[in-house]
Design a binder for this molecule. Structure first.
Ligand SMILES: Cc1cc2nc3c(=O)[nH]c(=O)nc-3n(C[C@H](O)[C@H](O)[C@H](O)COP(=O)(O)OP(=O)(O)OC[C@H]3O[C@@H](n4cnc5c(N)ncnc54)[C@H](O)[C@@H]3O)c2cc1C
Length: 477
């Protein structure tokens, strides 16, 4: 297992291929190091007795201790621990822990490579297990590249005027393939060691060139990471707050004639398994969301309750009702994740698969309520999060005392604590970080809302419900 220092050093040794704010930068750039803070925590806490039980587990492959973010779930207990870990870690960073995409992809690959081998006699699973050993041994961090640009939404990959709108094979060689295209909205790709690429949708039989799944080093030749940073408002000295340490860099990940050697290819032309992989990754990711969204809910409801307390309105009935609403959203989503783990089953590969219905209704409920949760915080906080002077003014020799005086609401709470609580609300309501990873990812991450409906309706046994209605109505056919 690596330390965060070893993780950072591995990033610093990589080729410069990140484009940010008009510059070509390396991973030693302070903006990348800052954004990698959440990932660093997943290494640091693996050494902390309080968090070890979540972060450290045993490899089913080698029997060695590994970081859970490199683990292939073997049991219900594994899925439950992953979900709980995600909630705990999201609490600590006040948002997204960022390391789940890679491991959700690895779990999906562990299943599909085996299923493809069973049907076609291929050797994808052996390749995958070799890669998994390397992944676990080196405690690697992987970004997940699933979402293609997709061009005209009405057209299938092969019908697009520009075929690169979906990542595809442009050349087949005896030793591997050359791919072109892009994966958009890649969280943490600029500070990942590896990028795992899988198809984004079900594929038709004639879409073999798009049925490609593989892993590449994030600095491989031909990979361009076009970044966008988001963060919280910077704090003046003396006013530091844990949440302000975290940031994010998203990436348009362009693959311009990237060579992928055979040993890193996990599906190549088996269209039905390209589609299966897309759905399985989404399933694991939606199960992860049943941990991270309640984690984010904890932060939002905690901030709402704290401000209500400081405003002196905590006991008011309309406030209690709104807090109860926030509790219900977070805990119902978490409960759906637990149900999904408890009702999970084993794939032929031995990997534990979350229950589709519970993971999807959990993620669906979270997505449908995300803006509602922010709305409640906004309601209870009043307008101050939008207009709060920043921390340099808080310490200013002329106006600082006015800021302290007029952010104060009730006796018994210091001006500084009032200010800090409102600043947190401001971080959560007005920062780019909250908009990107809290709100927009809260709706679209793991697939747009309609995708959960499709997953639910294609797996749910609605016929049995119709039959129930017929029975109760006395309908005999
Ligand atoms: C902050 C953030 C981080 C993310 N991180 C990652 C990541 O790390 N890796 C990754 O792979 N992805 C990531 N995603 C991508 C996420 O999964 C996608 O945003 C999501 O799947 C929606 O795809 P899209 O953005 O292309 O939107 P679109 O697919 O364009 O959706 C827009 C709207 O069009 C509708 N629509 C689209 N196609 C059709 C159609 N054919 N018929 C009818 N309606 C249609 C959708 O339902 C939706 O309402 C991230 C997204 C965000 C916002």
């Amino acid at each position: 297992m690596r330390t965060s220092e070893q993780y950072l050093n591995s990033l610093f040794a990589m080729r410069k291929n990140i484009y940010l704010d008009g510059e070509l930068i390396g991973r030693d750039d302070p903006r990348i190091v800052r954004a990698s803070k959440a990932i660093q925590l997943t290494f640091d806490l693996a050494e902390d007795p309080k968090y070890k039980k979540w972060l450290v587990t045993t490899s089913h492959l080698t029997g060695k201790p590994i970081n859970r973010f490199t683990h292939i779930h073997q049991s219900q207990e594994d899925l439950l621990m992953k979900q709980e870990m995600t909630r705990v870690l999201c609490n600590l960073v006040g948002g997204c822990i960022q390391r789940c995409m890679g491991i959700d992809m690895m779990n999906a690959l562990s299943i599909t490579t085996k299923n493809a081998d069973i049907k076609y006699g291929t050797d994808y699973h052996q390749r995958f297990l070799k890669y998994l050993e390397y992944f676990q041994e080196n405690d690697l961090v992987a970004a997940g590249g699933q979402t293609d640009p997709k061009g005209d939404r009405r057209l299938r990959p092969g019908e697009q005027p520009d075929p690169d709108q979906y990542v595809r094979v442009v050349e087949r060689r005896p030793d591997g393939v050359v791919v072109c295209g892009a994966k958009l909205h890649n969280t943490m790709a600029p500070y990942a060691n590896e990028i795992i690429v899988i198809p984004t949708r079900r594929l038709m039989k004639d879409e073999k060139d798009w049925a490609i799944a593989f892993a590449i080093p994030a600095d491989a030749e031909g990979v361009y990471l076009i970044g966008r940073e988001s963060r919280f408002a910077e704090r003046a000295p003396g006013m530091e707050a844990p949440i302000a340490e975290f940031a994010d860099v998203e990436s348009f990940t362009v693959l311009d004639h990237v060579f992928v050697p055979n040993e890193r290819i996990f599906i190549n032309g088996e269209t039905e398994f390209g589609g299966e992989l897309a759905l399985l990754f989404a399933l694991y990711h939606r199960h992860s969301y049943c941990g991270c969204k309640p984690g984010m809910g904890d932060v939002l409801m905690g901030t709402t309750a704290l401000l209500a307390d400081y405003l002196g309105i905590e006991k008011m009935s309309h406030v209690r009702e709104k807090l109860a609403e926030m509790v219900s959203v977070a805990e119902l989503v978490f409960a759906a994740g637990i149900a999904s783990a408890v009702k999970s089953k084993k794939a032929p590969s031995g990997t534990q698969i979350p229950d589709i219905i519970y993971a999807n209704v959990g993620r669906r409920h979270a997505g449908h309520n995300i803006y509602h949760e922010y709305n409640i915080l906004c309601d209870i906080a009043g307008g101050l999060p939008a207009t709060l002077p920043l921390s340099k003014e808080y310490n200013h020799p002329v106006v600082g005392e006015f800021v302290k005086k007029y952010v104060t609401r009730r006796e018994g709470v210091s001006p500084e604590n009032h200010y800090r609580a409102f600043h947190l609300a401001s971080d959560l309501l007005t920062s780019e970080m909250a908009t990107v990873l809290g709100q927009i990812a809260g709706v679209h991450g793991g697939g747009s809302p309609i995708m959960e409906d499709i997953a639910v309706m294609s797996s749910y046994d609605m016929e049995s419900k119709k039959n129930l209605a017929k029975y109760l109505a006395g309908i005999k056919e």
